[in-house]
Design a protein around this ligand. Structure first.
Ligand SMILES: [Zn+2]
Length: 493
């Protein structure tokens, strides 16, 4: 591996003397790969285990602190989600989901659980691990114990306050950002304290709707989502959706067409983010690295290479601001593993060899067995003219932001907006409204049996439990010998 010296990052003013080295904290739950959404379902937690396995075989774990997340407690999840939804998620069982009694089918409909978001074995434990990793990552950054904190099991950006959506149940991103917002900073020359502000950037191919909605009315979180727009899930994320009230101009949306390639993506990402960093000056940045924007994704239609995708992380890292790096979508799982492994390498500042080391899932990566794969030769339906127009509109919106956010004094930090009360009748209306689906339920031809259920570990692990408020500040260190998963999936022959 080479050190990063040959890789040109952005030379921005915040880069310190030792801008190359970063203390990286990485969260990984060893049982995460055992959770199974169901036969044929495109969301496969197994991809996180595959990515981790590559990370270990490249010895990247030796360059960072690896922790097992404490499962988020229901009380932690309630900081964003409604009580009745959390009660439902923590008690629903696959058997109950199959039962056809009126009460359970009504709950399933009410919380949008069933098709895209099925009830599966250990569902709540999966949500607790995902959310626990992102909350733990925020705690590490808040304590200044790490410069970059990574949780590939996080990034589940579609989950709503009282509703599952797009394969997401608990919005670990909102919970992680709420944790980051607890930090207050002194204001130079003013002698007061203000709440810190956070930028959320989202490069999943789908709009980051759940996070945007949570912070749509506040200026304390600026959301920036790059996504396919037009006849595509979830349907939101128009360029003119910019936030409301105090949050006006604090949401940015970058709507894109099929075939986005590395050069086009970079030509929007870099100038937009540079302007946000300059004007908004966030105290922390959260990047959702959904890998369904990669070329050849089972559900996506962009054409990014792993390097093009990782360039977003490389660029954000160059600002030297506390950075949380999360997963998200990604449905061609061999490429998701490649991407998140490479991005882990970018976080720690090394360039891994393109030839994959031998690993538990080696046969998934044939016929080339390389880390990088060539993008497809498909048409980029984003013309230079489109891109320029979008870039100009975004910069125009950003020019409306007040400069120097440190003077925007706030006495009562607006956290996520309380929901408006809805009457029973309205609620029933809500239950009946049509919902779009991320996946049409069709099966798909895979060159390897990715649909087979992985070998099942006991999900009731004797691992750490988040016992009380103080406990959540610590995460269990993973010992070197526990780094590898004991079992490979039965499908990996
Ligand atoms: Zn997605």
């Amino acid at each position: 591996m080479d050190d990063e010296s040959s890789l040109g990052g952005a030379s921005l003013p915040s880069a310190g003397v030792d801008a190359r080295k970063r203390r990286v904290s990485y969260f990984y739950e060893p049982t995460i790969g055992d959770y199974y959404y169901g036969q044929g379902h495109p969301m496969k937690p197994h991809r996180i285990r595959m990515a981790h396995n590559l990370v270990v075989h490249y010895y990247l774990h030796r360059r960072m602190e690896v922790s097992r997340p404490f499962p988020a407690a229901p009380a932690d999840i309630r900081r964003f989600h409604s009580d009745d939804y959390v009660d439902f998620l923590s008690s629903v069982a696959p058997d109950a989901a199959a039962a056809s009694d009126h009460a359970s089918s009504r709950s399933l409909r009410r919380f949008n659980v069933g098709e895209d978001c099925p009830v599966f074995d250990g569902l709540f434990g999966f949500c607790q691990s995902s959310a626990g990793g992102s909350i733990g990552a925020a705690v590490k950054l808040n304590r200044q114990d790490a410069d970059i904190a990574v949780n590939w099991a996080g990034g589940l950006h579609h989950a709503k306050k009282s509703e599952a959506s797009g394969f997401c149940y608990v919005n670990d991103i909102v919970l992680g950002i709420l944790e980051l917002l607890k930090v207050h900073r002194g204001v130079a020359g003013v002698g007061g304290w203000v709440g810190c502000v956070v930028m959320f950037a989202d490069i999943d191919i789908h709009h980051g709707d759940g996070v945007e909605e949570a912070f749509f009315t506040t200026d304390r979180v600026m959301t920036v989502s790059f996504h396919k727009f037009g006849d595509f899930f979830p349907g939101t994320g128009h360029i003119k959706d910019i936030g409301v009230g105090l949050g006006k101009y604090y949401a940015l949306n970058v709507p894109l067409n099929d075939g986005m390639d590395d050069v086009s993506f970079r030509s929007l990402f870099r100038p937009t983010i540079q302007k946000v960093m300059e004007v908004y000056q966030p105290d922390a940045v959260v990047l959702q690295c959904g890998a369904d924007s990669l070329a050849g994704d089972r559900l996506g239609c962009f054409n990014l290479s792993v390097k093009g995708h990782a360039d977003c992380l490389r660029y954000l890292r160059s600002f030297n601001v506390p950075l949380m790096v999360l997963g998200g979508g990604g449905y061609t799982i061999r490429n998701v593993a490649r991407c998140w492994c490479y991005e882990t390498a970018v976080a720690v500042g090394v360039e891994p060899d393109n030839n994959l080391p031998y690993n538990e899932y080696y046969e998934y990566f044939g016929p080339d067995y390389t880390l990088h794969v060539e993008p497809a030769s498909i048409e980029n339906q984003n013309t230079a003219k489109d891109l320029e127009k979008i870039r100009n509109m975004l910069l125009e919106q950003l020019s409306k932001l007040p400069h120097a956010p440190s003077v925007q004094f706030q006495t009562a930090p607006p956290i996520t907006q309380a929901p408006e009360e809805v009457g029973v009748k309205e609620e029933e209306e809500l239950d009946r409204r049509p919902r779009s689906r991320l996946w049409n339920g069709e099966g798909y031809e895979s060159d390897i049996d990715e649909d087979e259920k992985p070998h099942y570990h006991s999900l009731n692990t004797d691992g750490p439990r988040m016992a009380d408020a103080d406990m959540r500040d610590t995460a269990a260190k993973i010992k070197e010998e526990d780094m590898m998963d004991a079992d490979s999936p039965t499908s990996a022959t």
